[in-house]
Design a protein around this ligand. Structure first.
Ligand SMILES: Cc1ncc(COP(=O)(O)O)c(C=O)c1O
Length: 381
């Protein structure tokens, strides 16, 4: 089955009770047993729920995995996995990460005694050098990164990890399985904030993990049930509805974003555009090799600093000043004071997420209107 067909049909036949074409919202905490000691396919909604299962099976099919798991938020998915590590374990994590992931790793996981090491995964030889035999348990990848759009060579990092028996996870939120499928490059688990493109309509927060084997799935399933971090049925229904149009939305996001990136690159008030679809991107060749599109979100650097950035943010009319990304409407934000504000200044400066960086999530409106809005806002700087 091709991607677009799977997005609409995988995990979802007509409902067995009344033939509903859309999986119903099974808004129930518990399920009747058939007899003493004989539960039906579901017994309690934390452990499993039919609406959640439909979403999970669809996500697994789209990522090319064996099992999917739906969580209450992207951070709930991350916490569930990361809280299973203990004192003495060593985790290698990309040194360029979403601010919330960085906060969880540094302010929660590391404080529990887990050794969290930030490593430049853009250079696979640094991964090999960072591995501590017997102690390194996990390599955490985010590619492209938020908002700098740096890339990690998935195949190269997965190969090194496999040789040492280390689990790999890739946050695939920015591209979705429509443009990148990390499991095909040997990564073990894929993670999503489904809040973003997967749902696509800015009306749900959610998360997901997709596993590629029975062994990894059992581990995630155990953790989800033990920690109780699952998504509720209403949210699963909404995400599933959004997922059906993922392919067509991603095509539009991708087209609009690339056109705007090219337009910005020519703009005299822009210092640099951070978009892997541009030939000026230092990892453009890798992008073409492991991604089939570039998504709809990217960053750029203005000439100037915070003052120019704030002026732009205050002048846009069609772009909404808001955090998050991946919805049908276009958003603009300032990572230094918004999405990445929770990181220490030193860490942000090291990553070069500085005051002049702007991130846009390009929606699926008419691109001419979006460019006209940016144009008038830029003229006020
Ligand atoms: C790349 C990435 N991963 C994870 C998350 C966390 O997801 P959530 O906000 O759904 O908890 C985000 C949120 O912005 C993100 O951008």
């Amino acid at each position: 089955m091709e991607f677009k067909t799977k997005a609409i049909h995988a995990g979802q036949g007509p409902d067995p009770a009344y033939g509903a074409v859309m999986p119903p919202i099974y808004q129930t905490s518990t399920f009747a047993f058939r007899d003493v000691g004989e539960p039906g396919p579901f017994d309690y909604s934390r452990s499993g729920n039919p609406t959640r299962k439909a979403l999970q099976d669809c996500l697994a099919a789209l990522e090319g995995g064996t099992h999917g798991f739906a969580f209450g938020t992207g951070m709930a998915a991350e916490s569930t996995l990361l809280l299973s590590y203990r004192q003495g374990d060593h985790l290698i994590v990309h040194d360029d990460l979403y601010g919330g992931t960085y906060r969880l790793l540094m302010d929660v996981i590391a404080k529990n005694g887990v050794d969290v090491e930030l490593v430049n995964l853009r250079q696979p030889d640094k991964v090999e050098a960072a591995i501590r035999p017997g102690k390194t348990k996990l390599i955490w990848i985010e590619t492209p990164t938020n908002p700098l759009m740096n890339l990690v060579d998935l195949g190269a990092v997965a190969e090194i990890a496999k040789a040492h028996g280390i689990l790999t996870v890739c946050d695939n939120t920015f591209l979705t399985p429509y443009f990148q499928r990390p499991l095909e490059f040997g990564v073990d688990l894929v993670l999503h904030s489904t809040t973003k493109y997967i749902n696509g309509h800015s009306d749900v927060v959610g998360g997901a993990i997709i596993a590629n084997s029975e062994e990894h799935a059992e581990h995630v399933d155990f953790l989800l049930n033990a920690m109780g971090t699952c998504a509720g049925p209403q949210d699963c229904f909404l995400v599933l509805r959004g997922l059906k149009t993922l392919a067509v939305r991603m095509e539009e996001h991708n087209r609009n974003a690339l056109r705007i990136a090219q337009w910005l690159e020519e703009h005299p008030k822009v210092k640099a555009v951070l978009h892997p679809g541009l030939e000026s991107h230092p990892q453009h060749e890798l992008a073409k090799r492991q991604m089939t599109g570039y998504g709809g979100t990217f960053g750029f650097r203005l000439k100037g600093g915070q003052e120019e950035a704030f002026q732009l943010l205050r002048s846009v009319k069609l772009f909404t000043l808001a955090e998050s990304l991946g919805g049908v409407e276009s958003l603009i934000e300032h990572p230094w004071t918004m999405t990445h504000a929770s990181m220490p200044d030193e860490a942000r400066r090291k990553m070069t997420i500085t005051e002049e960086v702007i991130r846009i999530s390009v929606g699926i409106e008419d691109c001419n209107d979006l460019i006209a809005d940016l144009d008038q806002a830029m003229s006020t700087i």
